[in-house]
Design a protein around this ligand. Structure first.
Ligand SMILES: NC(=O)C[C@H](N)C(=O)O
Length: 473
């Protein structure tokens, strides 16, 4: 009985709702035909009250453009201001305005949530600098630039998943909490046991076992590539880098792939290049107006560049060639380039410029510079491993990958020298039970967005940036 009564109440609630069709702003703007009764909800981007007519622009995040609402001035109310949340009902009609297809002739306007414009940090029709809106992580998504970024980010995410799924890769959820330090660079955030969960005062770490936030899903992907052949993951990774630089975050997203039965670095580079080009084409075709905003106001030099880059094969140079180029550079570097030393940001920048401001693969790095899992090239005195970094203009390293050492004796002796045999017993096991040549790579998602959009600071391409001394919200 009670159920039936509730049902009746719900029915009454429904029937009292207006019957107008609810449209998102994007749908309303793209409609081919006028429509009699529609309802649009969103946040007011501008209000302009004239004697005869009231103009509003409302945006609901579905597109960069806002929908123009034309209303009788009698519908104006005190709390109908910039930033307020509204529901407008009326007729969708062809707009006489050259720049837009449709507009909404309001019959009713309801202020769902007013906005205190005096304390609201965003101002009407103002192009706020990215550094300014960064101070308001709870409100900056209402800013046009961040709105465009977040739509692009969403499309790029879908594009990355489609790229791999369409090519037969299995998606793996690699763990966030892990006991290994894949990169061996000591940049791990350790996990503590909260006081309430401690069985004894001495209990430390993660219930007394060392555990960290993951720096890379690679080793777990290697496990899976041993059964599924081609696998990928795309999730958050963490680095305890005490850096405020414009290229580093403590929490960032990484796309990683691992391919079994792969003997050449060339194959890995091909996947990196295909991934970059496919996802970028998707973004350009799905969010042209959002991308245009960046190329118009943030990075004018990037306009048209991407389309060019998509047409050409990426360049490849070896690490040794890179060092020679750097040694012959007319400029002096803070860090003197020398074979056997890591390439610094200033070196990467120079190399990319030298190659014509295009993405460049640098391959075959010194053995002693790279982590234990990379495959030994066994190439004489200048001993290298089959590693690759993809460098891009303005950002530097975008992807890093390698062939993995699949040969048990090589891996065993390397881990022994590092004193890591016990820790990586399971990893050695993989080389005993059906080991195959394999390799993979990781691409920093925020650096990818930084590059394609020409955004200078990595903090502006992630919804909630976390970096040294900062964890707002
Ligand atoms: N999956 C990868 O190859 C990425 C690599 N482990 C890195 O963190 O750079």
């Amino acid at each position: 009985m009670l159920g039936a009564w509730r049902g009746w109440r719900a029915l009454r609630r429904c029937s009292s709702l207006p019957r107008a069709v609810r449209l998102r702003v994007r749908q309303a703007l793209g409609a081919r035909e006028p429509a009699e009764a529609v309802r649009v909800q969103g946040w007011v981007r501008s209000v302009r009250s004239q004697k005869e007519v009231l103009f509003l622009h409302i945006n609901d995040g579905s597109s960069l453009e806002s929908l123009q609402v034309v209303a009788d001035p009698s519908l104006e109310k005190k709390d109908l201001t910039f930033g307020s949340a509204v529901e407008v009902q009326g007729k969708l009609v062809k707009s006489p305005h050259r720049m837009q297809n449709m507009e909404l002739q309001a019959e009713t306007i309801r202020v769902v949530g007013p906005c205190d414009i005096w304390s609201f940090p965003l101002k009407m029709k103002e192009r706020h600098p990215l550094e300014y809106v960064r101070q308001f992580p709870h409100l900056r998504c209402r800013n046009n630039t961040l709105g465009a970024l977040l739509r692009i980010r969403s499309e790029a995410t879908a594009g990355i998943h489609s790229f791999f799924q369409d090519n037969g890769y299995v998606h793996i959820h690699t763990p966030i909490i892990t006991s290994n330090d894949c990169e061996g660079a000591g940049e791990l955030f350790q996990i503590e046991t909260p006081r309430e969960a401690k069985e004894s005062a001495e209990m430390t770490h993660f219930f007394n076992v060392p555990a960290f936030l993951t720096v890379s899903g690679q080793l777990h992907l290697e496990v899976m590539a041993g059964a599924f052949t081609h696998v990928f993951t795309f999730g958050p990774t963490f680095r305890a880098e005490n850096s405020q630089s414009r290229r580093h975050l403590a929490e960032f997203y990484m796309v990683e792939a691992e391919l079994s039965f792969t003997e050449s670095l060339q194959d890995i580079m091909q996947v990196m290049e295909d991934l970059f080009k496919t996802v970028t084409s998707t973004v350009l075709s799905k969010c042209p107006r959002d991308v245009e905003l960046f190329h118009k106001y943030i990075a004018p030099a990037q306009k048209g560049r991407l389309e060019q880059i998509l047409k050409h094969k990426f360049m490849i140079i070896s690490y040794s060639e890179a060092v020679e180029i750097l040694k012959q550079a007319p400029q002096t570097f803070t860090f003197k380039p020398e074979w056997g030393r890591d390439l610094q940001t200033e070196h990467e920048k120079y190399l990319v410029k030298h190659c014509g401001d295009v993405p460049v693969f640098v391959v075959n790095y010194p053995y002693d510079l790279k982590p234990f899992y990379m495959r030994d090239n066994e190439d004489g005195p200048q001993h290298t491993v089959a590693a690759v970094d993809l460098l891009v203009p303005g950002v530097g390293e975008l992807c890093g990958g390698s062939l993995r050492e699949e040969r048990l004796p090589f891996l065993e002796s390397r881990l022994q020298r590092l004193g890591l045999t016990d820790t990586y017993q399971w990893y050695l096991d993989l080389r005993k039970f059906g080991s195959v040549p394999h390799g993979g790579f990781g691409m920093g998602f925020e650096r990818y967005l930084q590059y394609i959009l020409g955004v200078d600071n990595i903090k502006d391409v992630i919804p909630f940036p976390r970096f040294s001394h900062s964890c707002l919200l």
